[in-house]
Design a protein around this ligand. Structure first.
Ligand code: ATP
Ligand code: MG
Length: 635
């Protein structure tokens, strides 16, 4: 019997047990029944977390694009693979069928080959969310080149650092991009970045905004004429299961970004399998993930996972606020989206706006709502559930990381009963453990600790590009024979997991370990509060005390600040306890965020501790200007 599609809770438990009792047999069956291979593996798994070394499907030969494209052609050739929804709602959406996508990827693959790119070469892709982005990713995979997608909101400096780190030979970019009402000169940013990157021989430029840009003789080429001339078919390169598929840098919330390396076979099997189950995807569904392909969420759940299932995946070029705050819901209505996957930061931003933006659209097509990237606070969860899902679409709070390649702890909708702020149960094959600071596993329920994973799963990153020692040190040195996630979690009475925040952010106040997520959750429930971030700062008596940075809603702006401070602390006292009360509350207009929308707490921690001489790597900051503003008004 195939365990590919789990449909009820009993089945989940049964398949889960099977997957952990005999992981090799389990993952062998999934791989055998649902994917196409040029040659099957000699060994399903070998691993040693002390080195660390992990290999899945060793000896197998495949090309992931044959699984994402070619194999669908006989049955799904005319089915839409990608719906491209442009930034401007007045520009027509594009429907790209599997046959058309196959042809465009083949042409692109041939262009790469003709421009000196071969198996194992690194190609940096710095493109907006236009079809060429997905096509470039797949074209690299087709010829065995290793793609390194850099989110096209990063600065020249962040881009050049990443190009140099992975020694890319080529950059694929565009003449510019649309972002809401603005245009961005992407090519100008590339030119600046390349001043420091002599290793880049070629730049291929897609035309998007028809701007008048400088083309460097001998280096820069317009993409379209090359595609037009290229042959429309391409024989996929045969790859080893463990050949690198891509490098992707983590978002840099906690420090210098790490170039995570993902390989072919295991990544394919796991992203496809998680996609199918976590979204309960059915053949006719339209699926939309609002992430950018520049993040792991986009790699795994816009491109590879959906396409490996023959799904229809929507790519959105724009932003949630343009032309107004109803844009997401307009797109859902227009394309009758069935599964919608976004981030808490987007939900909180939209929840601040009038409900009319949601209510004027028909959202009845929605069946599953997803969240990823940060803990989703209870208030945002309810807003999402009540107003978007109309209490009819289960919310999957999916916990995972760039390093994990795919979802690790998540409800399966219509299978796992959900609880706000809980990522609930481990996905099939995932063996989480909570550890104490002495290195012992904390067994049983109603406990909390540091979240580790005990056993390899197919999509785990295999190394950090060019720095295996950093990989070992970061993930495998804290606990023997465990992958350490860097996050803290609790396991409740029924065994559900709740992520409490990063371990670095756990604050010890008078000997009590306090996670930031539950405190922020409580603060955010105050009717005047839009968003908050809590950090610790040194305190003579308590060791550490809590400092809260709080953004007020427009309706809260007129309130007396001292009263608000009292009310917020009162609320924390009632919900968590007096130990979690904030010593200082600074009202701010914005919080420093990474370009993926995550709060950069380490900067806030430094400001609260009066230690601002060195703020560390801020190259991934979205809004550096708020840092100064917060510093000027620090308490
Ligand atoms: P860096 O590792 O460079 O500091 P980052 O950790 O932000 O950056 P990502 O890999 O994009 O980079 O993010 C993974 C992290 O995001 C997780 O470790 C966790 O802290 C947080 N996260 C993701 N999804 C969830 C979720 N559903 N609930 C709680 N936290 C989440
Ligand atoms: Mg991380």
């Amino acid at each position: 019997m195939s365990n590919y599609h789990i449909k009820h809770l009993e089945e989940y438990f049964q398949v889960y047990r099977k997957s952990v009792r005999n992981p090799e047999a389990f993952w062998e069956e999934i791989a055998e029944e649902h994917f196409v291979w040029r040659k099957k593996w000699d060994k399903v798994l070998s691993w040693d977390f002390s080195k660390p070394e992990v290999k899945w499907y060793e000896g197998a030969k495949l090309n992931i694009t044959e699984n994402c494209l070619d194999r669908h052609l006989p049955t799904r050739g005319t089915k839409t693979a990608i719906i491209f929804e442009p930034n401007d709602p007045n520009e027509t959406a594009e429907h790209i069928s599997y046959r058309q996508l196959h042809e465009r990827v083949c042409r692109m693959a041939n262009v790469l080959l003709e421009n000196g790119i071969g198996k194992g070469d690194r190609v940096c892709i710095y493109l907006p969310m236009i079809p060429e982005l997905a096509i470039s990713v797949l074209a690299c995979a087709r010829i065995g080149a290793i793609h390194s997608v850099v989110f096209a909101g990063f600065s020249a400096n962040a881009l050049s650092t990443r190009i140099i780190d992975s020694d890319c030979k080529m950059v694929i970019t565009s003449d510019g991009s649309y972002r809401g009402a603005k245009t961005i000169d992407l090519k100008g940013i590339v030119d600046k970045a390349l001043e420091d990157c002599p290793g880049v021989a070629n730049v291929l430029v897609a035309k998007r905004i028809n701007s008048n840009i400088a083309m460097k003789e001998g280096r820069d080429k317009w993409l379209q004429p090359l595609l037009d001339e290229a042959y429309a078919d391409n024989v996929a390169e045969v790859m080893d299961a463990e050949d690198p598929l891509f490098i992707l840098y983590t978002s840099g919330s906690t420090g210098k970004p790490k170039g995570m390396v993902h390989t072919s076979a295991g990544y394919m099997v796991y992203t496809a399998y998680t996609f199918k189950n976590a979204f309960q995807y059915k053949e006719e569904d339209v699926y939309w993930c609002t992430a950018d392909i520049g993040w792991i969420t986009g790699h795994s759940y816009i491109v590879y996972g959906p396409l490996a299932n023959g799904a229809t995946t929507l790519m959105f070029e724009g932003v949630p606020s343009y032309p107004d705050f109803g844009r997401f819901w307009e797109v859902v209505e227009k394309h009758k989206v069935n599964q919608f996957y976004t981030a808490p930061t987007a939900i909180r931003a939209l929840a601040k706006e009038s409900l009319d933006f949601v209510e004027k659209h028909d959202l009845s097509s929605l069946k599953v709502l997803g969240s990823v990237g940060e803990p989703i606070n209870e208030e945002a969860w309810h807003w999402y559930n009540n107003n978007v899902g109309k209490k009819n679409s289960p919310i999957i709070d999916t916990w995972w990381q760039t390093e994990t390649g795919g979802m690790m702890i998540t409800p399966i909708p219509y299978v796992t009963p959900t609880t706000p702020t809980y990522a609930t149960l481990p996905f099939i094959g995932v063996q989480p453990a909570l550890m104490d600071e002495e290195g012992n596993e904390i067994k049983g329920n109603q406990v909390d600790g540091r979240l580790c994973i005990k056993f390899p799963w197919p999509a785990m990153a295999r190394t950090i590009w060019g720095n295996h020692e950093r990989y070992r040190e970061t993930y495998f040195s804290a606990y023997k024979d465990m992958y350490f996630t860097g996050d803290g979690a609790l396991r409740d009475a029924v065994g559900y997991y709740r992520i409490t925040g990063r371990v670095d952010d756990v604050i010890i106040v008078s000997g009590h370990n306090l996670g930031t997520a539950p405190i922020e959750d409580s603060i955010n429930e105050h009717p005047a509060v839009a968003e908050s971030a809590v950090v610790g700062f040194p305190h003579d008596i308590k060791g550490n005390a809590l400092y809260g940075y709080i953004i007020l809603k427009e309706t809260g702006e007129s309130r007396d600040r001292e009263n608000l401070r009292k009310e917020i602390n009162q609320q924390i006292t009632e919900q968590i306890g007096p130990i979690a009360k904030l010593d200082k509350i600074q009202f701010v207009s914005g919080l420093p965020k990474t370009r993926s929308g995550k709060i950069m707490r380490r900067i806030l921690r430094k400001i609260a501790s009066n230690d601002t001489s060195n703020l560390g790597d801020t190259s991934t900051l979205l809004n550096p200007e708020v840092v100064k503003h917060i510093m000027d008004n620090v308490l």
